[in-house]
Design a protein around this ligand. Structure first.
Ligand SMILES: [Zn+2]
Length: 204
């Protein structure tokens, strides 16, 4: 059975065993565009990817299924070389522990996402980045665009255009890198991993 057939079966829940790790050549390939209109298989795969992210952020399910928490997943990480990403960025509770009014600041399945414009300013997460396909810590600032405009096709087959900044911008750029065969540590300055170039925005 092909990987996509297995992962899109109604009974299948994506878990860490479905995620390939660095060293696998699929993570270094430029993934293929998804054909439009979207196939049922590609729609279901996107939904399964989003379901994985929800499980990974749910303490009970994550424990039960042995999942690392994640805010984004790209199809190549499942050994499927297609331009599909899912992002799920939760809003934090406030200082008193009250839940946020909106659960997520970004929740989207994107087909053929593309950065169509970006800021001159660069940004990096002050704590660096991690990846579900990388089982080791890699320290350093991952230099990205501070703000991006992204075009994509949504799960309903409609063309969308969104502007992103801050953490959401970083997450989407990390996932779009995956469909282009780029790993987060490719963007860390090898000689000076914590170098703060002029104008670099550090995001907490
Ligand atoms: Zn990753």
């Amino acid at each position: 059975m092909s990987v996509i057939k297995k992962l899109t079966k109604a009974s299948h829940l994506i878990d860490m065993n479905d995620i390939i790790r660095e060293g696998n050549p699929t993570l270094r390939a430029v993934a293929k565009e998804v054909s439009l209109p979207l196939s049922d298989e590609d729609i279901i795969l996107g939904e399964k990817m989003m379901q994985f992210l929800k499980h990974s952020q749910d303490p009970v399910m994550a424990e039960k299924m042995g999942l690392r928490g994640g805010v984004g997943l790209a199809a190549p990480q499942l050994d499927i070389s297609k331009r599909i990403i899912a992002v799920l960025v939760p809003n934090l509770e406030d200082e008193e522990g009250n839940p946020p009014a909106e659960a997520y600041s970004l929740q989207e399945i994107m087909y053929n996402p593309k950065i169509v414009s970006h800021s001159v300013q660069n940004a990096a997460l002050s704590d660096g980045e991690g990846c579900l396909s990388v089982d080791r810590p890699v320290e350093g600032y991952v230099i990205r665009h501070s703000r991006v405009t992204v075009e994509y096709v949504d799960k309903n087959g409609e063309k969308q255009r969104i502007k992103l900044k801050g953490y959401n911008s970083i997450v989407v750029q990390h996932e779009i890198d995956h469909i282009n065969g780029i790993m987060f540590y490719d963007r860390i300055n090898e000689k000076e991993p914590f170098k703060v170039e002029d104008g670099l925005l550090l995001i907490d």
